[in-house]
Design a protein around this ligand. Structure first.
Ligand code: GUN
Length: 299
């Protein structure tokens, strides 16, 4: 029987642990965990993401601050806001929603966030800590951290002897995911659009993680029988069967056919997606514990 991972359920268990941890921190130290989310411009998908982040932060008992800035915000105005949030002692996490409007340069903004408040794990200090295996000192990018929760709940903490293949080499996902798998002792291959015979590389994977942004690219004959398949893709495709002009979400994995070969697989939607916000909350409470000089909880 194939196990289909219920991402909503796993995310809810992480959120429960975050609530307990933030309550315990307040009881022990009087500190209330705080998260600031910044959004610039009018992108409706980004607004939807940001509202769910702010709402979840409130549900977790955090101080939740949202800064909604107009499309015409300048680089200097945004930089000044980040400096103000960096100095605010009541805030432990800062997230600047990406992508920013085209006239803004996101990289200097992200790099100006204090690394200890960079709950997105995008600062070079946090990327460097992960690359050097310092998992307890930095903050890890939320989506790979969430995917790794699935891997560890399936295979345990130690992946010795297992082959893991990550398709995709982005800074936001592919590279940090590969480093997390490596830190857990997996034998890791990073595959990408220039990889020769991608199908046969994937067939070698006990753990196959797809993050390429190509709808249903991974087929059943790419999957090793009994493998764990984690689908990080979110692609909107036309769904004429639902009516004219309708669409649906699919992952990077052809779910129905791959589910027949895999032992464990994540669906889209309802797999990795809900984990991203849960791990953002986890990173924020971790940052608050560290600031208070307390050993941070693990998720
Ligand atoms: N836009 C889409 N996903 C993310 C994310 O994880 N972090 C930020 N900052 N922006 C995003």
């Amino acid at each position: 029987m194939t196990t289909v991972i219920d991402g909503k359920q796993v995310a809810a268990s992480v959120i429960d642990a975050v609530k307990t941890a933030s309550q315990a921190l307040t009881e022990q130290t009087g500190v209330k965990t705080g998260l600031a989310v910044v959004i610039v411009g009018n992108d409706s998908a980004s607004h939807a993401y940001v509202s769910s982040k702010s709402k979840m932060a409130k549900e977790c008992g955090f101080t939740s601050v949202q800064h909604t800035l107009p499309e015409e915000t300048t680089q200097e105005e945004l930089a000044t806001l980040v400096q103000t949030l960096n100095r605010d002692e009541s805030l432990h996490g800062i997230l600047v929603q990406l992508p920013l409007p085209k006239h803004l340069n996101s990289e200097p903004i992200i790099q100006s966030i204090l690394p200890e408040k960079d709950v997105d794990g995008l600062h070079v200090v946090n990327a460097g800590k992960l690359a050097t295996g310092d998992l307890d000192g930095g903050l890890v990018s939320c989506t790979p951290a969430g995917a790794m929760v699935f891997v560890k709940r399936t295979h345990g903490e130690d992946l010795s002897g297992l082959n893991a293949v990550v398709i995709g080499r982005s800074n936001l996902f592919g590279k940090p995911m590969a480093q997390l798998l490596l830190a857990a002792n997996a034998t890791v291959t990073i595959a990408h659009s220039r990889t020769k015979d991608l199908a046969s590389v994937c067939r070698n994977a006990d753990i196959l993680v797809a993050a390429v942004g190509r709808p249903e690219m991974v087929k059943a004959d790419w999957v090793k029988p009994g493998a764990t398949v984690i689908d990080v893709g979110i692609n909107r495709v036309a769904a004429p069967e639902k009516g004219e002009g309708k669409s649906r979400l699919v992952g990077d994995v052809a779910f129905e056919e791959c589910a027949k070969v895999a032992a464990v697989i994540t669906p889209v939607p309802g797999g990795v997606g809900p984990m991203t916000i849960a791990m953002l909350m986890a990173n924020t409470v971790i940052a608050a514990y560290r600031k208070a000089g307390k050993a941070a909880p693990k998720f």
